[in-house]
Design a protein around this ligand. Sequence first.
Ligand SMILES: [Zn+2]
Length: 571
Amino acid sequence: MLQFFVALEPMPQFNDQLANNRLKDLHAAEEERLIETLAARYGYEYINLRGYTINPSALSEIPEAQARAANLVAFDRSVNTIKIAVKSPHDPAVAPRIEALVQRGLTPQLFMCSSASLNHAYARYADLTTTTAKKKGVFDFDEEDISRLATNIRSLADVRATMTTIGTSSNARRVTETLELVFAGALALDASDIHVEPEETGVRLRYRLDGVLHDIVDIDNYIYGRLMSRLKLLAGMTLNKKQEAQDGRFTFSLGEREIEIRVSVIPAALGESIVMRLLDPGVASFSMDKLRLSDIMRRVMEVELKKKTGMIITTGPTGSGKTTALYAFLQQVHQPDTKIITIENPVEYKLEGIVQTQTSPDYTFSSGLRSVLRQDPDVIMVGEIRDKEVAETALQAANTGHLVFTTLHTNNAVGGFPRLINLGANPLTFKSAINIILGQRLVRLLCPDCKRARQATANETVIIDRVMTDHPQPPAINRPFTIFEAGPGCATCGTTGYKSRVGIFEAILMTDAVEEAVLRDPREHVILEAAKQQGIPSMVQDGMLKVLHGETSLAELERVVELPREAGDPV
Ligand SMILES: [Zn+2]
């Protein structure tokens, strides 16, 4: 008897659940009937989306956050018409979304539906995120909003001002609008990177403009959290991995322009910080003219780029413009009958007519270089030499009839020789393989519209003289020196005082004297002494000439190179 009783006990609970479900169904059915009645009264067609196959291409026309904020969903489409289900057609959030679709040349057809229908359709966004966004990197907010915002932004102050106007109505909208503004501002001001960094006082949003980070605003924790999740999803990262660094990317298009965003998330003491690099391959073009080499450097490179074999190495820290210079060189040597293959990590810009490959765990610089050599190329670009194997293979390729472009992570041109030796390369192969090693930095150019002229101080005059005395072809410049400094900022420069950047260069040719020094005593000052007779100015000299020509400021030059200051210099 007892056993029988115990066995029976779960039965009433089961019935309760059944009843609950029936009740829910009844409520749902009631809501459906209510919407159906309202639709008839307002003159709309009614639709029940449960059981309806939501068309992903319709769904993706309206980003999820915007759809949820307006209680609507795009559920089907043909070429020109798009079917929209709304809960309340008179909701003020609906009209702007409909308007945006009309602007894109679509004819919206409105239906009314229940919350249950909307939720059923919203669940399908998850599929979009995992399939489309991960593979193709589709943006989940309005690209036109970004475009429109960008045209109204002229300065950092505009971004700050617009940030304060962002909606207070709904949190979902705030996240979307903040994200849109972050990208619109970055694109309008030609930022190269966007940083979001949690700090003691708040989460800081910063842009890198012409190589320098500028604070924009602090964002609140709610927005920060949602922004991180959204960006991670977009970049195909794992949401709940908060203790590991992750890398990803996504793209979006602005009219004709295809913008690629490379995202890096790193865990930090106060929360994850994110850095996004903006790549705009559509506007990138590379030419020797754009490098604006000094006359001496231009003549040197013209000779070097006519050679069919050997190695051209650019050196410098990250962000010194090495890749840009190499791309310009590649464009210069590119002829219809030359086969050029690159191995890059990652491919930063797409170059027409050039086969570009990207490294991966099973396609390293080393294995990539060996595969590339089997493709019989004339010119090879190896993104970076970081180990002995790549160094030796690249040197060997340069020695066997290929023109090889590559980079080394060193402070200056002369540092390239000891670096290769430290990696384990044989210095006896240098003379026949290496043609030239360049060093470079990027300096910001003063804004032509607001820069200010002044006379150099006694101290500045001493520094300028110290740099220029050794210049192989010292230019005649009137004394006292007139130099320029950054102005207060204006509309042209987005209130930063600087506008765009240019490289300052130095180079060492592989001559007999240099080889002798490298083999005898590969310390930098020894090799430099041997290279002196080549008559190529140093980076500091190249930069100082730009200061004396009023293109950049002394402060900016000192930001990127070391100036010869000594104790006891006049003030
Ligand atoms: Zn200006």
